[in-house]
Design a protein around this ligand. Structure first.
Ligand code: GLU
Length: 463
């Protein structure tokens, strides 16, 4: 058997972390077994589906690098096929026309509610051997219902949740085509899973209730059943449903915030699946390890700090040329003056250890790409006769020194000792006049990267 998995989002909003994790697991499972991963856009809810949401899914998947092997398929383009299967089911008697009007169905509902019963279509139009159906009301367009078994039950061995059994009595004769002929959600999923020869349906556990219905229809069609793995949901850091404040943002917000795709993927891989204590691993490694036996049975909890920690790891690993490309748009947005300024890559090399996102990297790098505007109050606090004299001496020596960190460090030490000052007494004013701020990476590194000309010009103003 060749593994065939699919990711089947409804394009009604952005692709969020939950969807991305489902996609990741489906993708990785196919990769693990040399199978095929299919992208299917479930766009039959025409009121709620939008082209922007389709694009957001495609962009999100591309950014994460979850390449599909087939598709994207759009359900709206499969209408003829759905109609054909509905006709086949009508012909074979596994589905039937139901002429009950909306009002009649509502009245049915009311009666059942009053009697304290669970809602169930009462079977008025359900054909049975020897049963005479009512006369067809003139001019009424019927819906098509699936003829669900009345007794017995449906059992499947869910690959996450274990065996699940649902009694057919719990299930209704599902509408598979509306009165305007359009097929309904569960039906389209079934036909596509069947046609696409899906072997493993990996999806969120909000679909568990659909599964027995889908299995019954698949059986009625004589289809081979896929296996099902229903993933527990992702909760927000507060233990509640994932909310905007806790991770329920579009996947495409993560590059905006300066996350690397490998950090998000690594984070999602571990969010609901484990391989011993391994926390940091590549997607290549993940695809070798991934199985459905080590999926967590309980809901996962989103943890922003952990994702930031992973992002820091991958930023440190990333090469500076790649980071340069990523940080540039952030710097441009912040109004960085990139001309006649230090080269970006050495600045990145200096700063990348300590940042969690590319946005933070840009913030830290701005130090080198704007004119310093030290606050007057800070200047008067840190500049006095002693420090000015030391700065003047430092300036003088900077004119001739060989421009590298070791030599600059020696200059600094020499000035400190001849002026009998402690490190902060020179380093703080130096930071202030060179960068406008008191917190910077090592002052020698900053001086070195700023370059001789800039350092001399900035010092000159204060002496
Ligand atoms: N279209 C469904 C959703 O976005 C998923 C259906 C499925 O995976 O079977 O929730």
């Amino acid at each position: 058997m060749t593994v065939r998995t699919r990711f089947a989002p409804s394009p009604t909003g952005f692709l969020h972390l939950g969807g991305a994790r489902t996609a990741l697991y489906s993708w990785a499972y196919a990769r693990r077994f040399g199978g095929t991963f299919i992208l299917r856009i479930e766009d039959t809810d025409v009121e709620r589906s939008t082209p922007e949401a389709v694009q957001a899914i495609i962009d999100g998947m591309a950014w994460l690098g979850l390449q599909h092997d087939e598709g994207p398929f759009y359900q709206m383009r499969h209408m003829d096929r759905y109609r054909e299967v509905i006709q086949k089911m009508l012909d074979e008697g596994t589905a039937y026309y139901c002429y009950s009007s909306a009002e009649e169905v509502e009245a049915m509902r009311e009666r059942q509610r009053a009697a304290g019963e669970k809602w169930r279509y009462d079977g008025t139009w359900r054909p049975e051997p020897g049963k005479t159906l009512p006369p067809i009301p003139a001019g009424r367009q019927p819906v098509v219902r699936f003829k669900n078994a009345l007794t017995g039950d449906v059992t499947w061995n869910d690959l996450v949740k274990g065996p699940i059994t649902i009694s057919n009595e719990e299930m209704d004769d599902l509408i598979i085509a509306r009165s305007d002929g359009t097929p309904t959600y569960n039906f389209c999923v079934v036909v596509d899973d069947w046609d696409m020869k899906i072997t493993h349906v990996i999806r969120g556990d909000d679909h568990v209730n659909n599964t027995p219905r889908q299995i019954n229809i698949l059986r009625a069609l004589g289809a081979t059943l896929p296996q099902y793995a229903h993933l527990p949901m992702i909760l927000g850091a507060d233990g509640e449903k994932l909310s905007k404040r806790h991770g329920a943002v579009s996947v495409m917000d993560y590059p905006e915030q300066g996350y690397l795709p490998e950090a998000v993927l690594n984070y999602l891989a571990r969010l609901g699946w484990s391989h011993g204590d391994d926390e940091i691993f590549s997607m290549e490694q993940f695809c070798e390890w991934f199985d459905l036996d080590h999926l967590s049975k309980s809901a996962a909890q989103f943890n922003m700090e952990k994702m930031a920690w992973l992002n820091n790891h991958y930023i440190r690993q990333a090469d500076d040329a790649r980071l340069e490309k990523l940080v540039l748009p952030f710097l441009q947005r912040d109004g960085a003056k990139l001309e006649d300024a230090p080269a970006l890559q050495p600045v990145i090399a200096l700063l990348k250890e300590r940042v969690n996102t590319i946005a933070e990297l840009a913030d830290a790098a701005m130090l080198f790409y704007r004119d310093p505007q030290p606050e007057a109050a800070l200047l008067s606090q840190h500049l006095n006769d002693a420090s000015r004299a030391a700065l003047a001496d430092y300036l003088q020596q900077c004119k001739a020194v060989e421009w590298n960190r070791e030599a600059l460090s020696a200059v600094m030490k020499g000035v400190l000792s001849s002026h009998k000052l402690k490190m902060p007494q020179l380093a703080m004013p130096l930071r202030l006049v060179l960068t406008g701020q008191l917190q910077t990476p090592s002052i020698d590194a900053v001086v070195h990267l700023l370059g001789r000309e800039t350092v001399l010009a900035r010092l000159q103003k204060y002496i």
